[in-house]
Design a protein around this ligand. Structure first.
Ligand SMILES: [Zn+2]
Length: 244
């Protein structure tokens, strides 16, 4: 399986970075902020090949690029049906965004929506099971436990340290966890319900995940994530593509 990281940055966006998003085998994508459609094209991945989009929560940096994907699908005549997973109201809010953006009535922007529920299908001959677990953010955030073939992953979305995340991430092969703040920014992290370096390491150890991919980085945590990857086994800093 191939995991392509389309972006690894938090909402404190800076030049040259894209918001956090990754895609498995060019068809199952997690989070879709502004610029992710362009990132797919930059990686030579055809957006029409996407069959599942899982949104962790409806903040701009994780959600607001979804209408771009729906417009692209309508303009280029997507044939493959699309399933959109997310917290409650993902359908209502997506349709509201499409309306605000004056989406032409002739555009086919249909999709199947799955709210706060698990989803199972077969992709490329492998079983795919995506289960949502409520994380700890300032708005409802679904972390996702992903079973794909014989690989287990957990993606946190945005969250403070959370026992429910630890439980949902137990024994996964890859823990993809947000690391927005360094420990000296603990107060900010608590206020915004994000994770510091120590929060992430605690989840990594308590969940017994085999590998950690720190994501949703900032100018504070990017250098730290790079250092960590060099000195601690099992930690993988953002790579454009991870083949497992
Ligand atoms: Zn975010």
């Amino acid at each position: 399986m191939r995991i392509t990281f389309l972006g690894n940055w938090s909402s404190n966006i800076v030049k040259g970075k894209r918001y956090t998003s990754f895609i498995i085998d060019n068809s199952i994508v997690f989070d879709f902020g502004p610029g992710i459609l362009e990132s797919l094209l930059d990686h030579d991945i055809n957006p029409l090949g996407i069959s599942v989009v899982a949104i962790t929560h409806m903040h701009l940096d994780h959600f607001a690029g979804l209408p771009e994907l729906l417009w692209f699908r309508a303009i280029y005549g997507a044939q493959r049906p699309l399933v959109i997973l997310g917290p409650g109201k993902i359908r209502e809010n997506t349709l509201m965004l499409l309306e605000l953006l004056n989406t032409p009535p002739a555009f086919n922007v249909s999709a199947e929506y799955v709210e706060d529920d698990s989803f199972e299908t077969v992709v490329n001959g492998r079983k795919l099971l995506i289960e949502p677990f409520r994380a700890e953010h300032i708005i409802p955030d679904n972390g996702y436990r992903i079973e794909y073939g014989d690989t287990l992953l957990f993606y946190s979305g945005d969250t403070a340290y959370s026992k429910s995340v630890v439980k949902a991430a137990e024994d996964v092969d890859y823990l993809i966890h947000e690391m927005t703040y360094t420990d000296d920014k603990d107060a900010e992290a608590r206020f915004w319900k994000h994770s510091t370096y120590s929060d992430v390491m605690r989840v990594f150890h308590e969940s017994r995940a085999r590998h950690l991919v720190p994501i949703h980085l900032s100018n504070y945590t990017e250098p730290l994530a790079g250092e960590l990857a060099q000195r601690q086994r099992g930690i993988i800093i953002y790579l454009s593509t991870l083949v497992v």
